[in-house]
Design a protein around this ligand. Structure first.
Ligand code: GLU
Length: 485
């Protein structure tokens, strides 16, 4: 039975990289009919942020990555929050101390600092010098009785090769000499990440550890711990780094990195999840558009790349548009209503029928739901001004007169279709020895205030005959009289 976990530390928001780690764990679990666990790694009290756990959970739920076991879903391995498992870590640290795989260290900060300075001066890698490993049992006992603050360190063996298998990278080898005698238990009685992570992965029967590349250098320490405890080593998969388009590490300085920022900007969860899924994985073909189910089917850890993945916001925007167009029309209707509520048109009432027509006309032209409103405000109100550039280009000396003639033509009709609007325009142009374009552009300006958008007759049909007539009259007055502001 495959059991995987996403193990974030609650230090703030969910990073895009965190979403990718969660997603790959989720995809792998679903694909293998396994269990996806959310474990909260909150042993670093200094970095704990109030509300971060709730935020993580709600963001994962928003993205559709529901976990099978977690702090509010016990699958028989609770608790899933490390701060509630301190007695478990205590027991395990005692085991390591008992067989000298870990040792008490009573060194004061001042000694550690000068040791590090000396080593740096000599050009050596700063490492603890195992000073306290030489303490006798009586010395240790005395120090403990005298309540001298201590940490517990990992007793890293000298010059030993440490080899482990990583699905993404194959066999990875480190020499133990590059490892420091890592602190496993801090003076406040809390374990460090390394101890808690390994103990929990073992006790929670994690089969595959899927996490970001930044943890790769921690893995040899973890391997030592598995060996010292005599535990089976899980399979590792370290996911490639995420980069900005200039190939610097994806960071807040270059743009948004929090999932909630993308959510707030109006990205669809389907698009963001699809996009993040492609940051380091492909099925080996050209396919880029994925529904979550399709991605589960296609996913494999073997096809995760070693090389870093570049965050390409253009691709994300393209995927957003693609996913938007696949949405059921009634979902789009609800989304448009939400956008209207947030807009300056929130006091106006529009019928569903009217809004559905707008969606139909605008869907090929928008990438985000808010663009239904922001790029087509003319559907929700008479233009309060007309684009000056377009006036300069499109409003000729005869435009007002032609529009008046057109007005007369359509006055004669009572209800009107796209074809009738169009025929009336052709007729007007013909009768006045003008080109269709001489009317089409001023008409578009009169109806929408701008130069682009859906076909002008589509706009006219949506607005309806009365509104079209009204807008033509107002435009003639405002533009011809130079009242445009
Ligand atoms: N708590 C670590 C983090 O914040 C977990 C790393 C791991 O998956 O082992 O990402």
């Amino acid at each position: 039975m495959v059991r995987v976990r996403f193990a974030p530390s609650p230090t703030g928001y969910l990073h895009i990289g965190g979403l990718r780690t969660a997603l790959y764990n989720y995809l792998f679990a679903k694909k293998m009919n396994g269990i996806f666990i959310l474990r909260i790694e909150d042993t670093d009290r200094a970095r704990f942020v109030e509300g971060a756990i709730e935020n993580l959970i709600s963001t994962l739920r928003w993205a559709g990555l529901d976990y099978d076991e977690g702090i509010d879903k016990d699958g028989g391995f609770a608790p899933y929050m490390q701060s509630q498992r301190l007695d478990i870590y205590q027991k395990h640290i005692q085991d390591l101390l008992g067989n000298k795989k870990a040792y008490y260290c009573f060194c004061e900060q001042a000694r550690l600092t000068s040791l590090r300075e000396e080593q740096s001066k000599l050009g050596h890698q700063p490492k603890y010098d195992k000073h306290c490993l030489k303490l006798t049992d009586t010395e240790i006992q005395n120090n403990l009785e005298n309540k001298i603050p201590f940490v517990v360190r990992l007793n890293v063996p000298v010059s030993e090769p440490i080899i482990f298998f990583d699905i993404v990278r194959g066999d990875v080898e480190f020499n133990s000499d590059v490892l420091d005698d890592q602190i496993l238990m801090k003076s406040d009685g809390y374990p460090t990440y390394h101890l808690a992570n390994v103990v929990d992965d073992h006790l929670m029967e994690i089969t595959h550890v899927i996490r970001g590349e930044e943890w790769l250098s921690s893995t040899p320490k973890h391997i030592l711990l598995y060996k010292f405890f005599n535990w089976e080593i899980p399979i590792f998969a370290h996911l490639p780094l995420l980069l900005n388009s200039d190939r610097s590490k994806l960071s807040k300085r270059q743009g948004d990195v929090a999932v909630e920022d993308y959510r707030a900007k109006g990205y669809l969860k389907e698009a963001l999840v699809n996009f993040v899924g492609l940051l380091g994985w492909t099925a080996g073909d050209d396919k880029e558009y994925y529904e979550l189910d399709e991605m589960i089917n296609a996913f494999s850890l073997e096809r995760v790349n070693k090389s870093s993945a570049v965050f390409d916001v253009q691709k994300l925007n393209w995927l957003n548009a693609e996913h938007l167009r696949k949405k059921p029309i009634l979902d789009l209707l609800e989304m448009l209503k939400v956008e209207l509520q947030k807009s300056r048109f929130n006091t106006k009432v529009f019928s569903d029928d009217y809004l559905l027509k707008i969606i139909d006309a605008m869907l090929p032209r928008v990438s985000f739901t808010h663009e239904f409103v922001s790029t087509a405000e003319y559907f929700f109100d008479i233009p309060n001004s007309y684009d000056e550039e377009t006036i300069k280009k499109r409003w000729k000396s005869n435009s007002a007169e032609l529009l008046l003639k057109y007005l007369e033509k359509i006055e004669a009709l009572n209800s009107i279709s796209k074809e009738e609007f169009e025929q009336a325009l052709h007729k007007t142009a013909e009768e006045n020895s003008a080109k269709n374009a001489d009317l089409i552009h001023p008409l578009r300006l009169a109806l929408s205030g701008v130069g682009g958008g859906p076909g002008v007759f589509d706009i006219a049909v949506i607005l309806g005959l009365d509104e079209v007539k009204n807008r033509i009259k107002i435009a003639i007055q405002k533009i011809s009289n130079g009242e445009n502001k």
